[in-house]
Write a protein that binds this ligand. Structure first.
Ligand code: SAM
Length: 273
């Protein structure tokens, strides 16, 4: 099947790479202002496209590593910015990129990278989970995502949008919904509203599970069937008595449990292994 393309400024927009390019200078300014790039900082941009964010960032920061998958964008980006000292382009898939290589030769390897991007929405969840593996090296992240995804990432227990993504993001990061961006600010316009999120990985988590993998597995299991109670979803993991011993009602649903509650459940389960 032929790929759906829209032609505008010379580049063929590729749907498969989620290419919706920002076209409104006011919104671009607002995003850059939210990022607040500083001259001594090391930024990483995922998916530069036609450089709507890249250009203003390059003017400020010490170093900008850029990760772009589309071969057709590599030449134009290199031609335009190749002579700038801060510019460092990686033709790579952001989903499999090893972000640790970016700080290998830096003197201060901890909490240094500031990651930004107007992300391809079709890969946003796996990309966020991939980036969380590098959270020790990341100072903060600013992303444009589908509005509903940002609502899920920042939701509190008890609201409809609260789910596995909320728990996993908020376990590792402070997550803040910054502002909404309508489809008219992109070429071509996407079918959905977008929003900007700020994620700041905790240096020391407010609630620390004994084992992160067990925590992730338990959270996934607890949300496996949304309508079911914890007693049902955690069958074979924890008994009703064990759930109660964590101070949680077995008749509750996962959507009402906060991060602290999930950490208690995961730690109790860990003890039983
Ligand atoms: N930053 C530009 C802007 O705001 O106008 C472009 C944003 S566009 C929504 C997403 C960009 O991510 C495109 O340039 C696309 O080619 C790139 N992209 C898509 N999938 C990618 C991947 N797996 N790894 C790296 N870049 C990717």
């Amino acid at each position: 099947m032929r790929e759906k393309r829209t032609k505008t400024s010379g580049h063929q927009h590729k749907k498969r790479f989620g290419q919706n390019f920002l076209n409104n200078p006011k919104i671009i300014d607002r995003i850059v202002a939210a990022i607040r790039p500083m001259s001594e900082q090391h930024l990483v941009e995922i998916g530069p496209g036609e450089a709507a964010l890249t250009e203003p960032l390059l003017q400020v920061v010490r170093k900008l590593d850029i990760i772009e998958i589309d071969n057709d964008l590599i030449g134009p980006l290199t031609k335009r910015f190749g002579n700038m000292k801060a510019f460092n382009l990686h033709h790579h898939d952001a989903l499999t990129f090893d972000y640790a290589t970016l700080v290998e030769n830096e003197e201060k390897p901890t909490a240094a990278l500031r990651i930004v991007g107007n992300l391809p929405y079709n890969i946003s969840s796996p990309l966020l989970f991939h980036l969380l593996e590098y959270s020790a090296l990341i100072e903060d992240m600013h992303f444009m995502l589908q509005k509903e995804v940002v609502e899920r990432m920042t939701a509190s227990p008890g609201v409809k949008a609260y789910g596995r993504l909320s728990v996993m993001m908020q376990y590792a990061c402070q997550a803040e919904y910054l502002f909404t961006v309508g489809p008219e600010n992109f070429t071509p316009p996407p079918k959905v509203d977008s929003a900007i999120v700020r994620l700041v990985p905790y240096r020391s988590k407010p609630f620390q599970a004994k084992d992160d993998k067990t925590f992730a597995d338990l959270v996934k299991q607890a949300f496996s069937q949304k309508r079911k109670t914890l007693r049902n979803n955690l069958k074979g993991w924890l008994t009703a008595e064990q759930i109660e011993a964590c101070g949680i009602a077995p008749s509750d649903r996962a959507e009402s449990i906060d991060i602290e509650g999930f950490v208690k459940l995961a730690n109790f389960y860990q003890e039983t292994l």
